[in-house]
Write a protein that binds this ligand. Structure first.
Ligand SMILES: Nc1ncnc2c1ncn2[C@@H]1O[C@H](COP(=O)(O)OP(=O)(O)OP(=O)(O)O)[C@@H](O)[C@H]1O
Length: 544
């Protein structure tokens, strides 16, 4: 790893350089690879963001919520520290340790008194580096944390570049990044000073020991207790001995640090997820009948706020069930529970009359496909995006899924058709096109339960209608949960559940709910008013 100061000097010059520099240096800026995650068997659990943050010495710093980037940089830093120390420094430490033993034995053969005198002086060269080492170690943790923070800012800025630019806030972000780097730089200077001071005190203490041995040895020679030849041999051995002890001293903090880092890594590996382990059920056929029974749920971050209160609902196979309600009423939370990302505090979720908990996690995620409002596409071709998760899908299957999602026409009109690059996070296709590719990606899995969480919000009414008609025709036995704010979508549903402040307040079909003149009727009225208002505005605009 390059010295940190080099990294910081590089980073100060240009906002783009540091990321590269940090990545190259293999320091906290590195991203953990998926394979490493798998090797460490890290579970991306629902409450993924709650971890205990530890210093590299393994002591808990505080129980707080940290971001993914923090976890990523912490794990990469710790794994780097551990692998470096174990591969190189531990073997050197063992070699020097054997050397110290051998040299001290030889010294004892030459003069027992001088050897005892040397041994008495050893604590001096032990204690001073121990204290300076602790201080240095504390500082290096701070430097790593500060680097991780700077890296967070860079990552966030680059991944939201469009938003940054549209608010003309490039300078603001550069300033934010600069401030983080300045903090790191300041810490680096202190770290460098501490390093110099500890090296200096180490050398001075061992020099003091050598001088005292020479003085005491001289007196022993004068008193004829030791021959001058033995003293010379002893001093030669002692020089080797102290330099070996110095090397041991300098490597010791690294090994201690590696022990702390390894404790942390194994703590992650052995971490017990806050949700109960999954079951073993993976039946060959699944009907897709879902029941929520008296579900009460609060997010771990806000344990006092129940977002779902005694919710009971049923999703039947072959039916489209629409979940409607004001923003924040808990619709997406229901999906998260169905995906087993969280565990409800009370109540039970049943899938085909068996507790959701008894199913294998992977099986559940194969059988349940969720398309969200802002699906994530990968920077690969449209074809690769559609067959994501089903790598062996044939071209015919890809096209069939795209047709179902009403995406085939626009994909065929793209410059390279299905081989057109979707761009980073799907940046080279429109919002509606992105949603249709995501729906095709979900459909190719042939899920038994399909959840469309505002997944057609960017489609025009005509395209939306075509998607629903195709779904209705093709997914006859599939359970569809449709979350939408648009009346045009809800009207396609067989059953409608109205959620308000975490409670099911009404359910039935469109006509039944309209007749009730309750919340749903009000929702429909508002939608119609909005449509009329939009139409009127369009007319006025055209007149002008
Ligand atoms: N990860 C979270 N941690 C804590 N609270 C959360 C979390 N996610 C959502 N909430 C809160 O839970 C409540 C329900 O959110 P949810 O996303 O389920 O609502 P929604 O009905 O899907 O809203 P929308 O229609 O706007 O998507 C909201 O008050 C929200 O602030």
């Amino acid at each position: 790893m390059k010295p940190l100061t080099t990294v910081v000097n590089l980073t100060a010059a240009n906002a783009c350089v540091p990321v590269v520099a940090l990545l190259d240096s293999g320091s906290a800026g590195n991203f953990i690879s998926g394979s490493l995650c798998r090797q460490l068997k890290l579970k991306t659990s629902p409450s993924p963001l709650i971890y205990q943050v530890h210093s590299v010495t393994g002591k808990p710093l505080s129980r707080k919520t940290i971001r993914r980037c923090d976890i990523v940089s912490r794990i990469t830093t710790d794994t780097n520290t551990m692998s470096e120390s174990l591969s190189e420094k531990l073997s050197l430490l063992m070699w020097y340790f054997m050397r110290v033993i051998f040299l001290f034995g030889s010294m004892m053969l030459l003069s027992l008194r001088l050897s005892v005198f040397t041994a008495l002086g050893l604590p001096i060269i032990w204690i001073i580096p121990e204290f300076s080492g602790r201080f240095y170690q504390k500082l290096s943790v701070q430097v790593q944390e500060s680097l991780a923070k700077a890296n967070d800012v860079a990552t966030e800025t680059f991944s939201s570049m469009k938003t940054v630019r549209s608010f003309a806030n490039e300078d603001g972000e550069t300033e934010r990044y600069k401030k983080c780097l300045e903090g790191t730089y300041a810490l680096n200077k202190v770290e460098a000073a501490a390093y110099a001071a500890s090296t200096w005190t180490n050398s001075m203490s061992s020099l003091a020991l050598k001088v005292s041995i020479l003085y005491y040895g001289g007196r022993l020679v004068t008193g004829s207790d030791v021959s001058s030849g033995d003293l010379v041999s002893f001093v030669l051995y002692e020089l080797q001995f102290t330099s070996a002890v110095e090397v041991l001293m300098s490597y010791w903090p690294h090994v201690k640090k590696a022990v702390g880092a390894s404790e942390k890594i194994f703590e992650y590996v052995d971490r017990k997820p806050e949700i109960p382990p999954d079951g073993s059920l993976a039946p060959p056929t699944l009907k897709g009948h879902v029941r929520f029974e008296n579900i009460t749920f609060a997010y771990p971050k806000r344990p006092d706020t129940d977002v779902l209160k005694k919710v009971s609902l049923e999703l039947k196979p072959g039916q489209i069930t629409a979940l409607v309600g004001p923003s924040g009423s808990g619709k997406t939370s229901i999906v998260s529970l169905l995906e087993r990302f969280y565990q409800p505090q009370n109540g039970e979720i049943l899938l085909d009359h068996k507790p959701l908990l008894s199913y294998k996690d992977q099986y559940l995620h194969e059988k349940i496909s969720v398309v969200s409002q802002e699906p994530v596409l990968f920077a690969r071709s449209v074809r690769e995006n559609i067959k994501y998760g089903k790598e062996n899908a044939s071209d015919e299957e890809i096209q069939a899924a795209a047709k179902l999602a009403n995406a085939d026409d626009f994909i065929s009109n793209l410059p390279k058709g299905y081989d057109t690059d979707a761009g980073e996070k799907g940046g080279q296709v429109s919002g509606g096109q992105k949603q249709r590719i995501a729906i095709a990606r979900a459909l190719i899995q042939k899920p038994q339960i399909l959840v469309l969480d505002d997944a057609t919000s960017s489609l025009d009414t005509e395209s939306e209608h075509r998607v629903y008609s195709a779904l209705r025709k093709d997914l006859k036995s599939c359970t569809v949960l449709l979350i939408t704010h648009r009346l045009s979508g809800v009207e396609n549903a067989d059953h409608i559940i109205f959620l308000r402040e975490g409670e099911v307040v009404e359910e039935g079909n469109h006509d039944q709910l309209l007749a009730k003149q309750g919340y749903y009727a009000e929702f429909a009225k508002q939608q119609n008013t909005a449509i009329h208002r939009n139409n009127a505005e369009d007319v006025t605009f055209t007149d002008q």
